[in-house]
Design a protein around this ligand. Structure first.
Ligand code: SAH
Length: 351
């Protein structure tokens, strides 16, 4: 209970324009006040209700009494000694904690956001899995990672990836609402091309995402070159099979005409052999996509990162593939801020 704020407060971050217009109407204000409020929260990104000086002071007073701006509290910021990477610990209204990471590469400043507290999926190589599933984040709690962190660094955030703690497609609607808020022209206005949602591969949700025609980039964590191999490290493959995933990636391409990214964590002696590279080429074939290889980031457990020679051989073998291959060397592994290293095991939940 110790650190939890009064959780009954209604938070402004997370509301869309129509909810803010309804809020204004509820308090006998004209609808355009709702739109002004939206601008203050997401476009001007002010840090207090008091600063919203185009709103009548009576409305501001009422807002300050009955609402809070931020659902999250920033607790701690840890900087990497190796790269310009920072990890942030943030707290939810009932006291649970999540992590987000900022990574810089040239002009690109990428924020990696969490979508759940913990994760139910149980990938054997991922630290978040060790927390189990605690709860889904709301759209406001996802977007607030962006707003609070932006406020605490003096740089523009150019990209957002939904690759932190949790499985985005097991919290589908809140994730889409959060992406829509980040993308909203009258608010944060981050281009859809700069927002990536990464899923472990929940097939019905990939189909829904495809049908709904979202413009955000989609990434699927493949992580294996055969069904049997993937099943050993990702039990979810039992219900969401490799063939089903590749089929859903093809459907996504046919309908959206967009390239999908396939992610592949390289685990020494598990999926990093030449045979795996060959199998991957057969499996992926002509699917227009990008294969993103992620050298494993060490956490407690039986897995190890493939040697540099092994990675090089793997990449060279893929030279004749029809798809583009990239390597993602995770940033901030010295502060456990790399892919799959996010976990807050000392949760003080009040639920
Ligand atoms: N649940 C989502 C998003 C979070 S994980 C998903 O599975 O896509 C983001 C990426 O990090 C995924 O591709 C995942 O396979 C990868 N990953 C997980 N643990 C890792 C580790 N220890 N080292 C490197 N990458 C890891």
């Amino acid at each position: 209970m110790s650190n939890a704020r009064v959780a009954q407060e209604v938070q402004l971050v997370g509301m869309d324009i129509s909810e803010m217009e309804t809020l204004a109407a509820m308090h006998d204000e004209l609808p355009f006040r709702g739109k002004q409020l939206f601008h203050w929260v997401y476009k001007q990104q002010v840090d207090s209700i008091n600063a919203m000086n185009t709103l009548p002071s009576s409305f501001r007073d009422l807002l300050a009494d009955e609402y809070v701006l931020h659902p999250l509290t920033l607790i701690k910021k840890t900087g990497s000694d190796l790269e310009p990477t920072q990890k942030f610990l943030l707290q939810l209204p009932y006291g649970e904690k999540i992590e987000s990471v900022i990574m810089e590469e040239g002009k690109r400043v990428t924020l990696c956001v969490s979508t759940q507290v913990g994760c139910a999926v149980d990938c054997k190589f991922c630290a978040t899995a060790k927390m189990g599933f605690i709860k889904n984040l709301t759209a406001g709690e996802i977007v607030d990672q962006y707003l609070l962190i932006l406020n605490s660094i003096n740089k523009r955030i150019t990209n957002v990836v939904f690759m932190g703690m949790g499985e985005p497609f097991l919290n589908y609607q809140q994730v889409i609402n959060a992406a829509d808020l980040l993308n909203h022209k009258e608010g944060i206005n981050l281009s859809a091309k700069r927002i990536t949602i990464s899923t472990v591969g929940i097939i019905p949700k990939i189909m829904r995402y495809t049908k709904e025609g979202h413009k955000y980039k989609l990434a699927i964590s493949l992580n294996g070159s055969s069904q049997d191999q993937r099943l050993k490290i990702m039990p979810i493959s039992k219900t969401h099979s490799m063939n089903g995933l590749i089929q859903s990636a093809w459907d996504y391409y046919y309908i959206s005409k967009k390239l999908i990214t396939l992610e592949y964590v390289l685990l020494a002696g598990v999926n990093d052999d030449i045979v795996d590279a060959d199998r991957l080429m057969d499996l992926i074939g002509n699917l227009p996509c990008k294969l993103n290889l992620i050298p494993y980031n060490e956490i407690d457990g039986p897995f190890h990162r493939s040697s540099e020679e092994k990675i090089e051989r793997f990449v060279n073998r893929l030279e004749r593939a029809n798809f583009t291959v990239t390597i993602r060397w995770s940033k901030g592994t010295d502060i456990s801020g790399g892919c799959g290293q996010l976990a807050v095991l000392d949760q003080e939940s009040c639920n």
